[in-house]
Design a protein around this ligand. Structure first.
Ligand SMILES: Cc1ncc(C[n+]2csc(CCOP(=O)(O)OP(=O)(O)O)c2C)c(N)n1
Ligand SMILES: [Mg+2]
Length: 329
């Protein structure tokens, strides 16, 4: 089952632009000292989150990372609640207690981002086990970076997922760097071969090509639903900003030419826009109108979030601990 209709393509484009626009605004908020904490931009990697999440239904689950705004938006998050969360406001997805790196939105199947590198691998695999145990056809996608492949947990969960044929897709976003270190300096051998060692079918795909990502994701999600999981995808991509927003002097670990090359020649949004116009699915004017509308939505949401209330101090330990008896009932 491959998506081919214009509506699907336009929604994918819209979601990619929403992520880029969200990140531009979050970057500004952080640089103007209006946003607390630390933040990591997803700009440049939009085709990964959108290509995959567009293959999922609402009750399918995802787990996310410290670079997680894109995953949240692609899985259905709204700007207002996202910006409120970034600013620590009560109306945020986690009532302002999660911030940039800990956004969860269970109503959309987003089990949460995690600042611990590799920290969501066990959660994703547990969710896939739960779906199988309960007899639902839900699939879980576990997003993580190339650097997270150095975490031993990945090999424990891939072993179990393979033994129990769990409906989980391990989506490794290989953006070439782990903080300030090139992947090839820290990762021996091939990343997909590591999954194959557990008997897991593994794929490498151009993470800047939303159509290629989406087509592969649709196939693997369908196969997971039929009990053929788990799967592993390595998505080759690039982050445009520094590791975090304050990482501005990047020349000691990557060149300006390299950054230019990815932005000018492989940008996922420009590439998809050119394709949409070439296929006659949208005109230049349609695209510009969509971009402008998204920009206005983002600016309105930022203004709203800046004026919104902080949670009351008396609620500091509310929604932080689980009532274990309730969870087990
Ligand atoms: C367990 C753990 N170790 C170290 C860190 C510090 N840290 C934060 S992000 C990061 C690099 C992660 O690289 P990668 O998985 O490739 O993700 P990317 O930032 O490239 O998206 C590190 C080492 C952490 N947050 N958690
Ligand atoms: Mg990385």
């Amino acid at each position: 089952m491959t998506k081919t209709n214009a509506e699907d393509y336009l929604r994918m484009y819209r979601q990619m632009v929403r992520i880029r626009t969200f990140e531009d605004n979050a970057n500004q908020l952080y640089l103007s000292a209006k946003m607390p904490g630390l933040t990591h931009m997803y700009s440049g990697e939009e085709a990964v989150a959108v290509g995959i999440c567009e293959a999922l239904k609402i009750t399918d689950k995802i787990t996310s990372t410290h670079r997680g705004h894109g995953h949240c938006v692609a899985k259905g998050a709204e700007f207002k609640e996202m910006f409120c969360e970034l600013l620590g406001k009560e109306e945020g997805y986690c009532r302002g207690k999660g911030g940039s790196m800990h956004i969860a939105d269970q109503s959309n199947g987003n089990l949460g981002a995690n600042a611990i590198v590799g920290g969501s691998m066990g959660i994703a695999t547990g969710a896939a086990f739960s779906a199988k145990f309960l007899g639902s056809d839900d699939v879980t996608v576990c997003f993580f970076g190339d650097g997270a492949t150095a975490q031993g947990l990945l090999y424990e969960v891939m072993n179990m997922a393979a033994l129990w044929s769990l409906p989980v897709i391990y989506a490794c976003e290989n953006n070439g760097y782990s903080e300030y270190t090139k992947t090839e300096e820290i990762a021996a051998g091939s990343i997909t071969a590591r999954a194959e060692a557990f008997g897991i079918e593994a794929f490498q795909v151009d993470g800047q090509d939303v159509l290629a990502v989406n087509e592969l994701a649709q196939q693997l999600v369908e196969r997971c639903r039929k009990g053929e999981g788990p799967f592993f995808i390595e998505l080759m991509t690039y982050r445009y900003h520094g590791h975090h927003v304050g990482d501005i002097n990047r020349e000691y670990y990557r060149s300006k030419e390299e950054e230019r090359d990815w932005k000018d020649n492989r940008d996922p949004i420009i590439r998809f826009r050119t394709w949409l116009i070439g296929e006659g699915i949208a005109s230049e004017q349609d695209i510009e109108a969509m971009n402008a509308e998204i920009k206005t939505d983002a600016v309105d949401a930022v203004e709203y979030a800046l004026k919104a209330d902080y949670p009351d101090g008396s609620e500091v330990d509310m929604h932080v601990f689980t009532d274990i008896k309730h969870a087990l009932a």
